[in-house]
Design a protein around this ligand. Structure first.
Ligand SMILES: [Zn+2]
Length: 176
């Protein structure tokens, strides 16, 4: 079954999305409100519109020009966002309490920056948000996105999945 792979188009900025380039060089839409990245090749423009409609109905009437301005500001802030994401990812991966970002890591980083790099670095790094809310929101959005995509893939591949279920048998060769 072939799935159409959608490519980024600048008109999607009207759905509050910008374009982000992932480590695998793939260009993916990223929501400028919640930072969610559509994480595989199965997203489509209608999913971007739905995301805006379902999550941010108050933004539905926003003009494309306003979103374009937002995109410029958003893209300027991307290095800060990337730094924040990397740290939040490590906190989650190491199964640490989500509060250590702001209470422990950030003060340490700022202290190191102040001693080793100077006030300009402190100013810049203090803009990286490691707050509890950011962590929670990020985790929630990521898991929501995964659930949505799994369900949509299951719907698309329904025939294939039911065939596989029917064909599987247990050790006594009884159909499951
Ligand atoms: Zn969003």
């Amino acid at each position: 079954m072939s799935v159409r792979i959608w490519k980024w188009n600048d008109s999607y900025v009207g759905f509050s999305f910008t374009c982000t380039t992932e480590r695998d060089e793939a260009e993916r839409p990223q929501c400028m409100i919640c930072n969610l990245v559509m994480s595989n090749g199965n997203w489509k423009p209608s999913a971007l519109r739905e995301h805006l409609r379902n999550k941010y109905s108050n933004h539905v009437g926003t003009s494309v020009d306003a979103f374009k301005l937002r995109r410029i500001r958003y893209d300027l802030g991307k290095p800060l966002l990337e730094a924040s994401s990397k740290v939040l990812y490590t906190i989650t991966k190491e199964k640490k309490s989500h509060t250590i970002g702001e209470t422990l890591l950030k003060p340490c980083v700022l202290e190191m920056a102040k001693i080793a790099l100077g006030e300009d670095a402190v100013k810049q790094l203090s803009q990286v948000s490691l707050s509890n809310d950011t962590v929670h929101q990020r985790i929630k959005d990521t898991s929501q996105d995964i659930t949505t995509q799994v369900v949509s893939e299951m719907k698309q591949n329904h025939a294939k999945i039911s065939m596989q279920i029917e064909e599987s048998t247990d050790v006594s060769k009884h159909s499951q």
